[in-house]
Design a protein around this ligand. Structure first.
Ligand code: COA
Length: 676
């Protein structure tokens, strides 16, 4: 069926695009649109309206086509034809008008939209520049400043702001089609085509001054700068030449590593919430959440639930702790109110939906109960028993543990199918990731509800099975262990941190430990000591730092030193001495590691641990691991996640790096089957 419908009606040529789910500009839509415009011309129509069925106006080019050679008709040709058409075209928009959708609107003579419509040129988030005139028409329509802002950030703009910037001719109150007809009836002669408009002259250093801020915000992604460059073309060449250059660059970038990785991330972000195990399972309804524990974690989870419109009851050990816990949540809400993230009425609702106390019987009506108390098996078991005594028999009971086994925590609890782990990341009201930990007894209905809960909280839910640290912290442990081997064998914390920052991570492993504190890692190493394989290399440098009370930023020193409460890590000769003494005591001849050595060995170790996680069935798919690392650990999105990076590097390359890693630390790594 043709996804584009053409119909002349009462003197207006109607073009309706109906290509679910988001009316993406696939080859069939491009073809249909071109045909419809030509049909309107053949009918000698003077005016036409382009609109879409379903939830949105065109939300962009068809991303799934980007991995293949482009097929005719090409989008820029379709839009140029449309713009030059003798028919006066109006785009009547709703939903999210993105990429190729916004480019379509800019090729029309008029643009009207419903109030809650949002617009953007998000190609940059896919490692691209727009491919159909977006960078050449937007500065002519919106001005260079806004065009740079939209194309380099990929952010969306609302209808009011777009109207103010001249990008919309009218915001339609009420019914869109009726409003569009009325607009056309009152419109005078068609305005000048966008591609023919002049751009106001700029100062000679204008683009030079834009470069640094764009580069800084890009954090290693290359597409933002490409977009800036493409906007510059609009200011120095004709539309036709600028568009040609834009198209060439767009097609080139489609094959770039970054764009391939970002497209992988785009589809993985959608697939991660749909693990095979919950296919066709309906989630339960939920509105009342009980959180046990009002510390940093419990307060963050409470705020996240309130922000999602849920009701929260917090339970603490005594009255003072309950009051303090509630205060902690209110403080987070206060901050959001101050920053304009919450309206006054939302703030009031959230405060009313929050209660705190000490009595578990207040949890009678709970749909989901989450324990967020100290990381201690017995304490958590006690909380689970108290919850199970008071909540309805099928209420979901979750543990927020980072390392402990949820099955152990739930030992003796009736109806184990309602038990699972919900591993939040700190600060829980901000961090996107939620690891959903499946136990052998958890029902698929409970898992599906957990994914619905993650979605409600606007988090990326990722399914994990049970192992020490689940997906994320297990990967982190492997990464840190290899970093420690590099340290023991010759690298410095500064070298390793700088290598990983240059790789695209926001921080290196040692700066990060200083930020989060060395205590948890120390406690974990002690916990694991009895079961650690004695043949595995163990680097006790971090333990030595802890023994010297060097716990990181909060204690003023850790792997680095900090002066006057400043957070800038300063190299500490004392730490470097501790490290080289450790090497000497262990008969290690320290050697040099290049930045590439450091990066590759850490990535290979991540790839190996990820492969083992997959082989053990802890993760269902490689993409789940990628999403955990991107949304919980700052792995650069433009690298697609460690499993994607490994795939791009190729199995043989990883294999050979792992051979070096194993030679450096014999008997210390279990190598995944695929890398043997
Ligand atoms: N091309 C191909 N498929 C697309 C698409 C596009 N431009 N945009 C969305 N989809 C698909 C998604 O993969 C998803 O497929 P699935 O149901 O098989 O998982 C489906 O459409 C719905 O998208 P989803 O993101 O889950 O819906 P939403 O309502 O939360 O968000 C959008 C809708 C349009 C805001 C969001 O999908 C989006 O930002 N899309 C990308 C827009 C873009 O980058 N356009 C420029 C392309 S150059």
């Amino acid at each position: 069926m043709n996804p584009v419908h053409y119909q002349p009606e009462a003197g207006i040529a109607w073009i309706t695009i109906n290509y679910p789910p988001v009316n993406a500009m696939s080859v069939a839509v491009r073809d249909g649109l071109l045909g419809a415009v030509k049909a309107a011309e053949a009918d000698n129509m003077s005016h036409g309206i382009i609109c879409c069925e379903g939830r949105t106006f065109v939300a962009g080019g068809d991303i799934s086509e980007f991995g293949r050679p482009p097929q005719q008709p090409h989008l820029p040709d379709v839009y140029n034809y449309l713009e030059a058409s003798p028919v006066t075209w109006l785009a009547a928009m709703h939903g999210t008008v993105l990429g190729g959708g916004f480019e379509l609107a800019m090729a029309c003579d008029y643009r009207v939209a419903l109030q809650n419509t949002r617009f953007g040129l998000p190609e940059v988030t896919l490692g691209l520049v727009p491919g159909a005139g977006g960078t050449q028409r937007s500065p002519r329509l919106l001005g260079v400043e806004l065009a740079i802002d939209l194309t380099t950030s990929g952010r969306m703009i609302n209808a009011t702001d777009l109207l103010q910037a001249g990008g919309l001719d009218s915001i339609i109150e009420g019914e869109l089609k009726a409003g569009a007809i009325e607009f056309l009836q009152n419109a005078g002669p068609a305005p000048q085509q966008v591609s023919q408009r002049e751009i106001a002259p700029l100062t000679s250093d204008f683009f030079e001054t834009k470069k640094q801020p764009v580069l800084k915000a890009a954090k290693g992604a290359t597409a933002p700068l490409h977009n800036l460059e493409a906007i510059k073309w609009a200011t120095e060449t004709s539309f036709a030449d600028g568009q040609k250059k834009e198209r060439t660059l767009h097609l080139q970038l489609r094959n770039s590593e970054q764009s391939v990785a970002l497209r992988h991330a785009f589809f993985a972000e959608r697939a991660v919430s749909k693990p095979v195990i919950i296919k066709d399972t309906t989630a339960r309804e939920f509105s009342n959440i009980t959180i046990v524990g009002g510390g940093l974690m419990g307060a963050g989870i409470s705020a996240a639930c309130l922000n999602a419109g849920l009701n929260v009851h917090m339970i603490e050990v005594d009255k003072d702790a309950a009051t303090a816990g509630k205060q902690r949540v209110i403080k987070l809400l206060d901050g959001a109110l101050k920053r304009g993230k919450l309206s006054r009425s939302q703030y009031t609702r959230h405060c009313e939906a929050l209660s705190a106390g000490t009595d578990y019987s207040a949890a009678r009506e709970t749909d989901i109960a989450i324990e967020a108390v100290v990381e201690d098996l017995e304490v958590k078991q006690g909380v689970f028993r108290s919850l199970a005594e008071h909540v309805p028999a099928n209420t979901i009971i979750a543990t927020n543990t980072s390392y402990l086994n949820p099955t152990e925590i739930a030992k003796g609890i009736k109806n184990p199918e309602r038990i699972l782990g919900l591993h939040f990341f700190s600060p829980a009201h901000i961090m996107k990731l939620l690891e959903i930990v499946n136990t052998p007894a958890t029902s698929t209905e409970v898992l599906a509800t957990a994914f619905a809960f993650a979605k409600k909280l606007r988090k990326v839910g990722a399914l994990s099975g049970i192992c020490d640290g689940f997906i994320g912290n297990r990967m982190l442990a492997a990464y840190r262990r290899q970093a420690d081997y590099l340290l023991a064998d010759g690298a410095t914390p500064q070298q390793i941190d700088s290598a990983m920052r240059n790789f695209g991570l926001p921080m290196g492993p040692y700066e990060l430990q200083d930020l989060t504190g060395l205590q948890i890692g120390w406690a974990n190493r002690k916990r694991l000591a009895p079961t650690r394989d004695p043949a595995q290399r163990y680097i006790s440098i971090a333990d030595q730092l802890c023994e010297l009370n060097r716990f990181g930023q909060r204690s003023g020193m850790g792997w680095y030193r900090y002066e006057n409460g400043d957070r800038t890590p300063l190299p500490d000769p004392l730490v470097n001495d501790i490290i080289s003494n450790w090497s000497a005591e262990n008969n290690i001849n320290r050697r040099n590691f290049s930045e590439k050595n450091i990066q590759q060995s850490l990535i290979a170790v991540l790839a190996n641990e990820g492969a083992r996680i997959l082989e053990e069935g802890i993760a269902e798919r490689a993409l789940d691991i990628d999403m955990v690392k991107i949304h919980g650990y700052g792995y650069p999105r433009w690298r697609g996640g460690p499993m994607h990076t490994a795939e791009q590097l190729g199995k043989d390359t990883i294999k050979s790096i792992l051979a070096d890693v194993t030679a450096q630390s014999p008997d210390s790594w279990k190598i995944a089957e695929i890398y043997q």
